[in-house]
Structures are given as structure tokens and as C-alpha cells.
Design a protein around this ligand. Structure first.
Ligand code: GLU
Length: 487
């Protein structure tokens, strides 16, 4: 195989979403697997759909997910510029060569004529298609700038008979009838090339070896192959990635999570988890592993592992993968990642003792689906509970006869402990329960909700040990006061 060169070539027409970044990731993994080059090109020739800020958002989404640009927009390289709107001279040059060879022509059909043509074809139940009216008129080409004055476009003189077949590396041969294909517009009246034209020209001049893109482009590819043929260029390999659908097998919508990639960051998804999840949207490794870091993804990635069946987007799976990554992080790193979420939930982390915070996160990390859950689930290590889980409070406190006495005895015994650690706290609780003649679990549940406000969490003795005597005692005293108010 030639040295692999692939590209991610988005149009800056909106915010980058799951589909975009999945395409980028597959290209990146393929490039890295083959020690090839990942090129980032911006296809900004449709000026009417250009969205301000979209390029920056695309660039930062790639960076966040950990996709490194080897060459291209923002990275540079010898085949630049990588912004199509800066390559107009090249497109002009190729278009005029094609006109000179009779492979393209200037068309100045008016909008009215084209509309009328379309209406007639529709009436006759024919596919809408340009009728070649200007094909043989030899309207002179006076340069891109003149096109708008001529009110003209440049069209491809497409083969009108026979068939065109190309080989999709996943789907095998795909054949289209040339009569179904149009004399597509190559350059619009505004002087900008169309997607089809600029895409082919750039893939050729940027030496792209493999085009990996969404399957919505399957029907564009025959047009591209015709252009490669007309220009005597060798076409790259084509790989069309499966569509991404929601659980109901419908197109992804905002509700399913087809959202701006930046929103996953705001949700507290780790980039490592998101890219692991995206990699599995239409691809699986031979051994069916699910959790793979970037290195493993690169090692395992192959075109043969890509499916042609729709990939199903499952937000729960993303959250599960995220929880696995969170659980594997050292407490320190996790605390640093979660800190902004804690702060925005109003938890003051400014003078937190770092080793303490690390231990708190180490205790909680196997129960943390996203970073956004941190304030709620880890919060009690940073401040006393402001309220108690209603149901738990009733069941574990209000319905337990003499609960105040139990907690008070426990407090007294804890206060007299000389050495505070997990084991001494546990023995203290068990001895208290024994002397009170109650089951230890009664005291465990009552202490847990008093101290954390919750009924679930890591082991109680780990929590008490980390919180320290002073906090534990004062929280249980506060709970006793509250019980007194309620009974
Ligand atoms: N600019 C096209 C897009 O939005 C690129 C398609 C391709 O990769 O050829 O998605």
C-alpha cells in the first residue's frame, strides 16, 4: 500500500456533532495504524451556509478528543492552503483545462429556464436533470470573476450513456446508470467551486489515498469517479461509513444526543471515553473488547472491522464507558477534572486539602458515571449534608425506635477513641451496637444518612475514617437535633 494519506474535510456549516467526529476519528485511527498522515481540510466553498466560529469549534473538538492533525488547517503542510476558499486559483485552472478539453462548459441558463425544465420533468415523472442545453454552445470562459457578470456557471460534460462502477472497500462494487447522473455544476456563479469539484481536485492534489466518509456520500461518489476519469487522475479508495441511528432506528436527533460535541464535555464525559465510544459506532475489534485507550484503538483498527449496518447510538453505553474511565483514574487527576463541576455547583474547593480530596475521589470513583455527578455524589466530603434523602431518613431514622439514643451512644464512644482509623471506627460501632443490643446494621444505616445525607455510597467506615472525628461527631449531633424537631 502507498503511504496512507487520509483527510477529514468538514464543511463549516454548524457545530461539530457525533457524526463528524466519528468520521474524523476513523480516519485518524486508520492513518495512525498505517503510520500514515491525517489531513484536516476545511471545505468552505458554500458561502451561503458558512457559520461564523464553526471552524474554531471543529478544531477545538478534534483537539479535545485527542485527534492530532498531522497536516492541514491550523497545522500547515506542503499541500496547503487547507482552506478551500484560499484555493480558488487552482479550481479555476483545472476548470479552464477541462473546458479546453471539452470536459466542461459554461452554462448561462437562467433560473427561470431551469425551474421550468424541472417542472416539466416532474410532470413527466422523470428524474430532474439538466438537459445539456448549453453543452455545445461554446460560451467563452473569461475567468471566475466574470462568471457572475455572465450570470453563468461551469458544468461538467458528464458521460451520458453506459454505467459507472466503483469499488467501495466495504460494500464491493457499486454501479450507477450514467443516464441518472447530471451535468453537475463545478463552479457556481459566485466563482466558488461546488463541493463535488473542489473535493475531487483537493483529494487529488493532496495525494489522498483513502476517502473515508459517511454513507450519505455513496451517491456522490460516481460523480467524483467521472471527474477523476475526465481528468485522467487515479481515484482514491472509497470507504463509506455506516449511518448512525438512534435506538428506535431513526435518524439521530438532538434528543438522542446528536448534539454539539462540546456538550459532552459540559456533561462531564471524558474525552478518552467519548473517543472510545465513537470508535465503536460502526467498528469493532476482532476480540470484541469494549474499553480501549487510544493506543489500543490504533493497534486494533482495521477497515475489515467496520460494519455496513447502521450504528446504534446508545447514550447509556457512553455513560457506562465514561464510568469505567473515571473509575480507572487516580483520585488526584479525577479531583482536578471534577473541580470545575464542583465549583459551578457552589462547592468551595479553594482551600481544600489536596490529599483529602484525592482520597475522597478514590473512594467514590467507582460510583461516578460522569464528572457532572461529582457535586452530588462526592459533595458530602466537602460540606455537611444540607438535606437528607427523604425516604431514607424516614426509614432509617424516623421509623427506628430509640435512634437518638443509639446515635448518642455511638457519638460518646467515638469521642473517646484515641486512635481514629477505619478499623477502630468499625470496632467502635460494633461494640456500641452490642452494648445497645441492636443489630450493627441499624446503626450503620442511621450513621450513614446522618453523616452523608444519603443511603448509598462507599463503605461507611471508609467515609467516617476520612471525614475525621470532628466532622462525624458534629454531623451526627446535627442529625439528632433534627430528629428531636420531628418527633
Ligand atoms: N465537506 C464534506 C462534508 O461535509 C466532506 C465529505 C467528504 O468527506 O468527502 O461532510
Amino acid at each position: 500500500m502507498d503511504r496512507v494519506r487520509v483527510r477529514f474535510a468538514p464543511s463549516p456549516t454548524g457545530l461539530p456533532h457525533v457524526g463528524n467526529i466519528r468520521t474524523a476519528l476513523f480516519n485518524y485511527l486508520f492513518a495512525r495504524h498505517h503510520q500514515g498522515t491525517f489531513v484536516f481540510r476545511i471545505e468552505d466553498t458554500d458561502r451561503s451556509r458558512f457559520v461564523e466560529g464553526a471552524i474554531e469549534k471543529l478544531t477545538s473538538a478534534l483537539e479535545w478528543v485527542g485527534i492530532e492533525i498531522d497536516e492541514g488547517y491550523s497545522a500547515g503542510g506542503k499541500f496547503g492552503p487547507y482552506l478551500q476558499s484560499r484555493r480558488l486559483d487552482l479550481y479555476e485552472d483545472i476548470a479552464s483545462q477541462m473546458i479546453a478539453k471539452g470536459k466542461a462548459y459554461v452554462c448561462n441558463c437562467s433560473v427561470q429556464r431551469l425551474e421550468q425544465l424541472r417542472a416539466e420533468q416532474k410532470k413527466a415523472k422523470l428524474n430532474p436533470k439538466y438537459d445539456g442545453h448549453c453543452r455545445h454552445k461554446n460560451i467563452p470562459f473569461k475567468g471566475l470573476e466574470q462568471l457572475s457578470q455572465q450570470n453563468a456557471v461551469i458544468r461538467f460534460a458528464a458521460p451520458q450513456e453506459g454505467q459507472i462502477t466503483y469499488n467501495d472497500k466495504l460494500r464491493g462494487e457499486i454501479t450507477f446508470d450514467n443516464r441518472q447522473l447530471d451535468d453537475i455544476v463545478l463552479v457556481k456563479a459566485d466563482g466558488f467551486p461546488t463541493y463535488n469539484f473542489a473535493n475531487v481536485v483537493d483529494d487529488h492534489f493532496m495525494n489522498i489515498t483513502h476517502v473515508m466518509r459517511g454513507d450519505e456520500f455513496i451517491s456522490s461518489t460516481p460523480k467524483h469517479v467521472h471527474l477523476y476519469n475526465a481528468l485522467d487522475w487515479t481515484a482514491p479508495e472509497f470507504i463509506h461509513l455506516p449511518i448512525i441511528l438512534n435506538q428506535q432506528k431513526k435518524r439521530l436527533s438532538k434528543r438522542d444526543g446528536s448534539v454539539y460535541i462540546g456538550q459532552y464535555r459540559e456533561m462531564g464525559i471524558l474525552p478518552s471515553a467519548l473517543r472510545n465510544f465513537l470508535a465503536l459506532l460502526g467498528w469493532s475489534p476482532k476480540q470484541n473488547e469494549e474499553i480501549m485507550d487510544m493506543k489500543q484503538l490504533i493497534e486494533r483498527f482495521s477497515i475489515s472491522g467496520i460494519t455496513i449496518h447502521p450504528a446504534i447510538f446508545d447514550l447509556d453505553k457512553l455513560i457506562w464507558i465514561n464510568s469505567q474511565y473515571i473509575a480507572s483514574l487516580p483520585g488526584e487527576e479525577l479531583f482536578n477534572l471534577a473541580e470545575p463541576f464542583m465549583r459551578s455547583a457552589g462547592i468551595d474547593t479553594s482551600d481544600i486539602d489536596l490529599p483529602y480530596a484525592e482520597q475522597a475521589f478514590d473512594l467514590l470513583k467507582s460510583r461516578l458515571p460522569t464528572l457532572q455527578d461529582a457535586p452530588e455524589r462526592v459533595g458530602y466530603f466537602f460540606h455537611p449534608p444540607e438535606q437528607y434523602e427523604q425516604e431514607g431518613w424516614e426509614k432509617r431514622i424516623l421509623k427506628v425506635d430509640h435512634v437518638q439514643t443509639y446515635l448518642s451512644s455511638f457519638i460518646e464512644n467515638l469521642k473517646s477513641l484515641d486512635c481514629w482509623n477505619r478499623d477502630t471506627v468499625e470496632s467502635c460501632l460494633r461494640e456500641t451496637a452490642e452494648s445497645l443490643k441492636v443489630k450493627p446494621s441499624i446503626l450503620i444505616h442511621a450513621a450513614r444518612i446522618s453523616v452523608t445525607g444519603m443511603t448509598t455510597g462507599p463503605g461507611l467506615f471508609d467515609i467516617l475514617n476520612l471525614l475525621g472525628k470532628e466532622q462525624v461527631v458534629s454531623r451526627m449531633e446535627k442529625a439528632i437535633k433534627k430528629i428531636a424537631e420531628q418527633v
